[in-house]
Design a protein around this ligand. Structure first.
Ligand code: FAD
Length: 419
């Protein structure tokens, strides 16, 4: 039977990076990918431009993975955003940071990032085999039997870098969860994250494409506020998207009410005062003009009075106190009911995955099965938009490789037969 020292399942960013850093004398690495080509998701990341990471102190990253950032702390410290930029720069691919902190390759070409990683794999002696879907894995001390349609390979170490279950057409179809579960691991409930939301009877269909920078909004469930946030929003043909919504989508559910504060972070009495003052200055001004005078985009200002039951031709002087209050309600928190959150077929990442309490965050090794390692999105980790997911994939891939090397060193120190 064919043998290797480390078998990495999945040639996405996490698997490629792990293979690169694990390979070396005494560690023959085989990287198995089920697709005909590696890195299908990496290739389309950042709409093909690849937002590889985010700028700033690595400590600011920990809060960008919901409540699971603490698990990533050692991996992110071991291989930071700056280390990542240096890794690419040292190999001739320079990066640029945008004003919003997102870091991209200067060429804005995800294909170049992928090509560099594949080249590096070859330089380090990694054997990359495509069209090798791993179907099943068995633990056979002191290693693993990795079963593929073409045959079985024995490996001392195994890395699950199979990605999540979102965007399945790129190859991440949740195989890693099945394999991890078959080896005894718990899988937390998976679902879409970084997904747009669909709104029931969306009143702003005609405004699809309109964006709102740093818009405050809240999310309500059965009368209780569950999210209070501010972020860039985008109207789509069916609802809401943009980083503000995508980043919070892991915690939004069908039936929730999203309230958009078009007027910005303003107190109700201040907004009322502004509107009353504007009416007394120009009583014959149409209400839609009064609304746009408050800094609301003109096309939206035409729709909001109608939603508040104010006739299109109504002037400020004719606006009743009740109608004015309705309008202010809408400007402070326009309520929109979520009919669905984008499913796994369109979500950029998967929430849930291999339970973190069963994985050693300092080595990425399973606490249940010796020699089994995890890297990337197969773990119960999902980050905000802005390069945080790729950084997590690279850092955990790197860290799993260090975990393997550490294990190798320890077993060499202990002598033959004790590994
Ligand atoms: C449209 C889109 C845009 C994105 N843009 C960005 C961005 O700009 N910045 C950012 O930080 N994140 C972005 N993301 C998220 C990011 O791409 C992922 O989080 C990241 O690719 C996860 O890396 P991974 O290596 O863990 O998994 P993946 O990239 O999913 O790779 C897993 C690999 O494993 C293979 N595989 C699965 N099962 C098997 C099996 N049984 N046998 C063999 N191989 C198998 C798959 O074919 C795949 O190649 C984007 C995601 C999407 C969908």
């Amino acid at each position: 039977m064919e043998q290797c020292d480390t078998f990495v399942i999945g040639a996405g960013p996490a698997g490629l990076f792990c293979a690169i850093h694990a390979a070396g004398p005494g560690n023959r690495v085989l990287l198995g990918e089920k697709n005909a080509e590696p890195g299908a998701k990496l290739r389309i990341s950042g709409t093909g431009q690849c937002n590889i990471t985010h700028a700033g102190d690595i400590r600011t990253f920990f809060s960008r993975y919901g409540s699971h950032g603490q698990f990533l702390r050692p991996a992110l410290h071991a291989f930071t955003n700056q280390d990542l930029v240096r890794f690419f720069d040292d190999r001739g691919l320079s990066c640029r940071t945008r004003d919003d902190g997102k870091v991209f390759p200067a060429s804005r070409d995800a294909g170049e990032v992928l090509a560099l990683l594949v080249r590096e794999c070859h330089l380090r002696g990694v054997t990359l085999r495509c069209r090798e879907p791993v179907q099943q894995v068995e633990y056979r001390h002191p290693g693993f039997l990795v079963h593929m349609p073409g045959g079985t390979i024995f490996s001392r170490h195994l890395v699950l870098a199979t990605g999540g279950a979102s965007y399945p057409k790129t190859g991440s179809t949740g195989d890693g969860y099945r394999i991890a579960a078959s080896l005894g691991h718990s899988i937390t409930k998976i679902g879409p994250a970084l997904a747009p939301v669909t709104i029931a009877a969306f009143p702003f269909v005609s405004l699809a494409g309109m964006t709102f920078p740093a818009l405050p909004f809240s999310v309500w469930r059965t009368g209780r506020k569950v999210i209070s946030a501010e972020g860039d929003l985008l109207f789509t043909h069916a609802g809401l998207s943009g980083p503000g919504i995508l980043d919070n989508s892991r915690d939004i559910r069908a039936g929730d009410e999203i309230r958009l504060s078009f007027a910005g972070p303003v107190q109700r009495d201040v907004l009322t005062g502004k509107m009353v003052a504007a009416i007394s200055r120009a009583p014959t001004m149409m209400v839609k003009s009064l609304v746009s005078g408050l800094g609301i985009p003109e096309r939206l200002a035409k729709i909001l009075p109608d939603m508040a039951g104010v006739p299109a031709t109504c002037t400020g002087a004719h606006l009743t106190a009740t109608a004015r209050n309705h309008l202010i309600d809408l400007l402070m928190g326009c309520p929109l009911t979520v009919s669905s959150v984008g499913d796994l077929s369109i979500a950029m990442v998967t929430r849930g995955g291999v339970a973190l309490n069963e994985v050693n965050s300092r080595t990425m090794e399973s606490k249940l099965v010796p020699g089994l390692f995890f890297a990337g999105e197969v773990l119960d980790i999902d980050g905000d938009t802005g390069g945080f997911n790729l950084q997590a994939a690279f850092s955990t891939g790197y860290y799993a490789a260090q975990g393997i090397r550490l294990k190798e060193r320890k077993s060499a120190e202990q002598g033959p037969g004790k590994g």
